[in-house]
Design a protein around this ligand. Sequence first.
Ligand code: C2E
Ligand code: CA
Ligand code: CA
Length: 666
Amino acid sequence: MTEPEIAPTQGAAFAKELDDACLQSAMRGVPLAIFSSCAVALSAAAIIWLNQKDQAVFWWLAALIGTNLGRYFSLRFTQARPAIVRKTKLMIGLMIGGALVAGLCWASVPLFLVDITQGGYSGYVVFILAGISAGSAIQSTGIAWNAIAFFLPPNLAMMLIMLATGAPTQTILGLNIALLTYMLLRSTRAAEKNFRESKMAALQATSLAKSLSRANIKIRESNTQLAVLANEDPLTGLANRSLFARRLEMLVSDHAGKNTKVALLALDIDLFKSINDTWGHLAGDNVLKSFADRLRRATGQHDVVARLGGDEFAVIIAGPDADRRALEVAETLMDLNLMPMQTFDAQPLIGCSIGIAHFPTHAQTANDLFTSADIALYEAKAKGRRCHHVFDQSLKDRIDRRLQIETQLASAIASGDITAHFQPQIELGTGKISGFETLVRWTHPQLGPISPPEIVTAARVMGLSEQLTGLMAVAACGMVKQLDASGHTDTMVAINISPSEFKSYSPAAMFSAIAKAQGVRPERLEIEITEEALLDTDAARADLQALESAGFALAVDDFGMGHSSLVYLLRLKIHRLKIDRSFVDGIAKSAANRALLTALVSVGRSLSVDIVAEGVETEADAKVVRKLGCRHGQGYYYGRPMPQKDAADWMAHWDDNTPRKIASRA
Ligand code: C2E
Ligand code: CA
Ligand code: CA
């Protein structure tokens, strides 16, 4: 913001304006001066003629009226020509010149026409001359010299003539005229000075007022600029987050209780981060600007289109048909998704995902409406992006549940609400208990049983994976000790671990520390990893290597579900492959599953790795998996996951009965 201009107060800055003002004031007085000069001249001529019958008086009168007419018309002529009027000095010169000629005409009366030293009527002439002198002085305010040029010649002439006689009366009269002239000189100069001073004050005041008003305009402009900055996203020119929030709040409170609706669209550019990473930030900015243009094209004049930050955008649509229009806007944007974006050399296809929520159907406040649209956006992304999703209550319930799980997980771990259950694994040939798998359990006081994948995901999101797996590892060690106590000294206990855990900490270090602290040999613990973990980073592979070196057994969970990388399987010493439940489910009746299981078993054989069939639910399934060559089985048919305290009874019961049963069935 620049400083407001303040008017310069020095008189010099106004010299021209001041001269102009004086000129204008003087010019206004000229017509009346000319008129009175002519009128007085007529009466003076009449007096002279009546008293001395001298024809010269007519020449004088003609000369004086001619001079005045000349003054009058030259004034009219110049006034009509702005180019001349602008030349202030010239105009002042012309005016003073005109007054001087008129003054000289009047001076010719005492000089050539009337002997004013004689008494009688010549006294009237002196009176008339003194009168018009005083009149001119009173009338001229702006330019003193205009009056002086007029009254000085006749007054000087009269004074000199009177003084020249040397007679006492005339000398006194001459001195009086001198005094009058002096007073007139002073008063005209004083009048001009006063006029100039008051005019100057007025000019300064006007100038100050003008500069203040300029300063005001500038302040207003700056305020407008500040308002724009406060409300606008500088890159795209769309409304920014703060304006968006205020408008949403306003629209929702305006429409509350009325029969109108507000729709909110939350938008996200798909994979914007990779655009930035691949093409650079300049290209990223271009994409944001082009996307803003798309939004402007797809929306109506009264819709609020905002950039909330990063690649997050939003549109607010209000009105009785907001629902329908929101869908129209979403569909237009989906069509535009299919057009290449003309932003940089590559012209990629850039799409967006959209979440839509409606007021008052889905939310009662601006804040809830925004959250609902955001939840719907999350769902659109989960559906595979490049699509739109309208909010529904079940979505909200799911999110609420997830949030509740996430926020309460830490205290559930600390309080012991999260526990471990153990599911037995059977050696199919002998019926012997070969191991137990540790599975996480949490029964939430309000939500009921929480599924293990939900717990595991929440732990990852909250950065609690190490604590959760540590808890399971401690429970597994407890189970090993119980097995030892009941004479099952070679029965293993398995612990599950997710691939993502290798990114946040070292499971090898953690398991080693816990096994040591619990006094359990690593050989009694089996770590179940999915195939993805094998494919993951070098860090994961190094950690797996460390687990193997430390003596832990490794099992590949959900084998056959994809991702399989035999190369990595060969590099690590894998103890067992666990075949996923989906291949085992109903295997007695499914020829396709039998073929698949046969193939997976043969992979295991060629790698010299034992196979565990998971999800064995029936006697028939158990028979088939055994026949197809699986060495171990796990499933409800043998035993469900159970708390450690129940495992002892279950084992006693199993050991007493099952080997015989198995043998009889084989
Ligand atoms: P998983 O590792 O494949 O575990 C086996 C799952 O199959 C368990 O489900 C078990 O209860 C279930 N199951 C066992 N036998 C049968 C059967 O005969 N029929 C059927 N229908 N299901 C059977 P659960 O306990 O719900 O665990 C689900 C998944 O959660 C596990 O699959 C595992 O991937 C994960 N998980 C469980 N506990 C943990 C844990 O402590 N840490 C980690 N990282 N993941 C865990
Ligand atoms: Ca498992
Ligand atoms: Ca499994």
